[in-house]
Design a binder for this molecule. Structure first.
Ligand code: ZN
Length: 496
């Protein structure tokens, strides 16, 4: 057997171990939310990480990589070897003890975080966050992919990206977002969001969310949808994608967040069969992943044309709330731009500011320029500078996101990169398929899905994000598409 084939088989088993690990994570979120004891589970998760780590770092793998480099490889095999070598190189730099400690700590820290957030008491979470930051710092030092620690962590989620590259993209956008928010908020004709303060039956919301994503292309034969506190999507096999949703937030969060998770799921479902169970059977980066979820959620799912198709059904199910509300008013209400405290509920314009805040804090935190105990205060003062308001408590401030408890430092920038990638890719899709908005009016969403499958989904991680964006759009990531998109969308909504 050739070395690349043997590597492929070995990493197919590693993929399966990752899927089993993901099942533990899925179960923890969906079924174990209220369990007080996560001790046993944290040990199981750490054991899975140990098994994966042992396989990835075996001497045999190192030898096979060197042999495979001398073989005549196809394009796909070449990409596989690139990813396998990356995994091997990263894994061999990390001692097994550290890998297990990170896994175990993340489960316990997530539990403390949950309690801290429920009680809005940062001190409950502080000790384990200190430990988590130390572990991540140690991990970054050992990996040493880039000269600075934060870039090394960013690279794990957005391969090839660095702090400087992202700062060069985010910094010029920052004042433009702040200006646009001010301009929109000065309009004398503000949308009225009071229809979303009314009560919407939770079961009906859940049912409608299922109907919507089924129409968008989600195949329930290859996936499930469950209720959780914080929605996410995860793959338990190449064709077993689980998404989760919540019905407890003000309407239409259930619908928009379900469409978001569907965007992640449909990406994974669309990966070419040839790549199943290989190391390439993944979205290529978190930024590109977010571009898919955000395109469906925001560009499609908050468009007027989308609701021209769906609104009558929603009016029928919620007659008391929506019967007398014209579509135009509903559409404006779901696109209100207003500084708010919670990232996941933020509108398309202020969203980027929430990410820039985290991006700046993470950089200083990992480099030891700020201490964990200072976080609540620093969060609030930066928040006021960026969004002009101060969180009333830590639950609505520094404690709102699960990421740090899980050790995911360096992940946040992907979300905003996702918005930027989405606008650029969608601009191209519209050039090629100008009838897309007309299709949505008729409930036809397969044109867009086919385009995304053909140009992005099928490739899994064959192409890195920088190569992919060039292949799809003919240029590097360019934030002007996003800036143009938000101006063209929101200035008319605000009747300016
Ligand atoms: Zn997402």
């Amino acid at each position: 057997m050739s070395a690349i084939k043997e590597l492929q088989e070995r990493f197919a088993e590693i993929m399966r171990l990752h899927y089993i690990s993901a099942l533990l994570g899925w179960d923890q979120e969906v079924n174990m939310m209220n369990y007080k004891s996560l001790e046993g589970r944290s040990k199981q998760v750490a054991l899975m990480q140990k098994l994966i780590h042992q396989r990835e770092t075996s001497e045999e793998v190192g030898k096979l990589i060197n042999q495979a480099k001398k073989e005549n490889l196809s394009e796909i095999e070449g990409a596989m070897l690139r990813e396998i070598e990356r995994e091997y190189t990263l894994a061999t730099k990390l001692p097994e003890k550290l890998v297990m400690e990170i896994a175990e700590t993340s489960i316990l820290a997530a539990k403390e975080w949950r309690e801290a957030r429920a009680k809005s008491d940062f001190s409950i979470f502080e000790k384990l966050l200190v430990k988590t930051v130390e572990l991540q710092r140690e991990k970054a030092e050992k990996l040493g992919t880039h000269p600075d620690l934060y870039s090394t962590l960013i690279d794990l989620y957005e391969p090839g990206a660095t702090y400087d590259w992202i700062a060069n993209i985010f910094n010029p956008i920052r004042p433009k977002l702040i200006d646009l928010v001010k301009k929109l908020n000065s309009s004398p004709d503000q949308p009225d969001g009071s229809i979303f303060e009314k009560s919407y039956d939770e079961d009906t919301q859940f049912e409608l969310s299922r109907k919507v994503i089924e129409k968008l292309g989600f195949d329930f034969g290859y996936g499930r949808q469950d209720k959780v506190t914080h929605p996410f999507s995860t793959s338990l096999a190449a064709l077993d994608v689980r998404i989760t949703t919540r019905t407890t937030e003000p309407f239409p969060d259930c619908i928009t967040s379900t469409i978001h998770e569907h965007g992640h799921a449909i990406y994974e479902m669309g990966i070419s069969k040839e790549l199943h169970d290989t190391i390439l059977c993944n979205g290529t980066s978190m930024g590109i992943h977010e571009s898919q979820s955000r395109m469906w959620e925001n560009i499609v799912g908050r468009s007027k044309e989308f609701w021209m198709y769906w609104y009558p059904a929603f009016q029928k199910h919620f007659p008391e709330n929506l019967k007398d509300v014209p579509l135009d008013e509903f559409h404006r209400a779901m696109n209100i731009v207003k500084p708010s405290f919670i990232r996941v509920n933020a509108d398309e314009v202020t969203y980027g500011l929430h990410i820039i805040l985290r991006f700046e804090i993470e950089k200083d935190l990992i480099e030891g320029k700020i201490q964990v105990k200072e976080l609540p205060e620093i969060w609030n003062s930066k928040f006021e500078k960026l969004l002009g308001i101060v969180p009333p408590d830590d639950a609505k401030g520094v404690l709102q996101d699960v990421h740090w408890s899980m050790g995911s430092i360096g992940y946040f920038p992907s979300y905003f990169l996702g918005n930027l990638y989405a606008a650029q890719i969608y601009n191209k899709a519209l050039q090629k398929l100008p009838s897309l908005p007309e299709d949505y009016k008729k409930g036809e969403f397969s044109t867009l899905l086919s385009y995304l499958k053909e140009n992005i989904h099928q490739y899994g991680s064959i192409y890195r994000s920088s190569e992919l964006i060039n292949r799809v759009t003919g240029e590097d990531l360019n934030s002007n598409y996003f800036l143009k998109y938000i101006e063209n969308k929101f200035i008319p909504i605000y009747r300016l």
